[in-house]
Design a protein around this ligand. Structure first.
Ligand code: PLP
Length: 379
């Protein structure tokens, strides 16, 4: 099997699994318990939290352990919007965002919030349009660092510079697809989220990083764990294993970028040789994501054809493919409708090899030959 759907999830690192199993066996105690085993377990949890702070070079920000980016985005966006409601009710975001952001801000519309979307111009976020959306009612800006469908990199530092003139605005960033591939602009974000399984950690592992001294409305109630922000018995084994995954991913980042950039180039060069096929991914996009359009053919048909050859790729993203929705991200980036319907995503991780890419290219050529009449008719 050749696995090229690493934006959906990655294979867990053996070291991360070992950490998880060891901690689960030896420290299954509740870190809130007052006995010595509880205290030891809590010490381990706090060590993991401090290690993450050190690796990510955080200063004043706190690390809240969650079950993943969906939970982290929900907690932060809803809590921050509600706490700032007396000062303004406008949230700015983009159509590129993951459903855990888009559906959260849309749910807030039912509470009287207004949501505005920044436009894109030739694959780039339009900073002038962003400036035009800012006014005294804006309290929250939510953007992703790297888009999960196209690999577009958003200008987080430039947004931060513009927001210096708007001190009441909280800037929240979804770094799920950028961590382990790009350096995080930690100084430019008021809060950000990560999901462990996107960088060879485990499913159900996530963090929300934010300044816990800032006022924020809690949306989960219970035992008051994780600064009162995310109640529920803490999954210490999961959180310690996540700190391990973060360390490994950060240590291997430069090497991963080098390898995956080469793979991206190999595939894009091949696609350019096949008349009618379109490279949707941007030349200056993230190194681990390639997006190809097959005009006149449904993306699902292409994914199935690769599946039959034992190669796993994806249509747009695992989340939106379940919802069978027209891809908002590709549409916002002005990809034509016929191309959107036939778009597929290929994504790499540290376990992807050059041999995988060569085999992918062979199968791509075979599939193209089978479908080239359909493609020719559509262009
Ligand atoms: N944000 C982005 C950009 C993603 O790609 C994903 C998952 O695909 C998420 C958030 C949600 O992550 P999780 O499903 O781990 O909660």
């Amino acid at each position: 099997m050749i696995y090229l759907d690493n934006c959906a999830t990655t294979k867990p690192d053996a070291d991360v699994m070992k950490t998880f199993n060891t901690v689960n066996e030896k420290y299954y105690f509740n870190p809130s318990s007052p006995h010595y085993k509880g205290l030891e377990t809590n010490k381990l949890l706090e060590q993991a939290r401090n290690q993450i702070k050190e690796i990510l070079k955080l200063n004043h920000q706190s690390v809240v352990f969650t079950s993943g980016a969906t939970e982290s985005n929900n907690l932060l966006i809803t809590g921050m919007a509600r706490s700032k409601k007396p000062f303004g009710k406008t949230i700015i975001t983009s159509h590129l965002e993951h459903p855990s952001v888009l559906e959260t801000v849309r749910a807030l519309e039912n509470e009287g919030f207004t949501v505005k979307y920044i436009q894109f111009n030739e694959g780039k976020l339009d900073l002038e349009h962003f400036r035009s959306l800012l006014n005294s009612d804006v309290t929250l800006v939510c953007l992703m660092h790297v888009n999960n469908v196209m690999g577009a990199i958003l200008p987080i530092t430039a947004i931060h510079e513009i927001l210096k003139d708007y001190p009441k605005v909280h800037f929240h960033v979804d770094c799920v697809q950028s961590f382990g591939k790009l350096a995080l602009p930690v100084h430019a974000m008021d809060s950000f989220v990560l999901s462990g399984h996107k960088f060879n950690g485990l499913k159900g592992q996530g963090i929300l990083v934010f300044d816990q001294l800032k006022t924020i409305t809690h949306t989960m109630f219970g035992g008051g764990q994780e600064y009162g922000f995310r109640s529920g018995t803490v999954n210490v084994a999961n959180d310690v294993a996540l700190s391990r995954a973060i360390r490994i991913a950060e240590n291997e980042r430069v090497q991963l970028v080098k390898r995956t950039s080469k793979f991206k180039m190999m595939i894009e060069e091949e696609v350019k040789k096949l008349p009618g096929l379109v490279v949707n991914s941007l030349p200056d996009g993230a190194p681990h994501i390639v997006n190809i359009g097959f005009p006149g053919v449904k993306g699902e048909v292409i994914v199935n054809a690769f599946s039959k050859a034992d190669i796993c790729i994806s249509t747009t993203s695992a989340c939106s493919s379940k919802r069978a929705k027209f891809n908002e991200a590709l549409n916002a980036l002005h990809v034509p409708e016929t191309v959107i319907a036939g778009s597929v995503r290929i994504s790499f991780d540290k376990y992807t090899t050059e041999d995988d890419i060569n085999q992918f290219i062979n199968v791509l050529n075979k599939i193209y030959n089978d479908m080239k009449e359909l493609i020719k008719d559509a262009v």
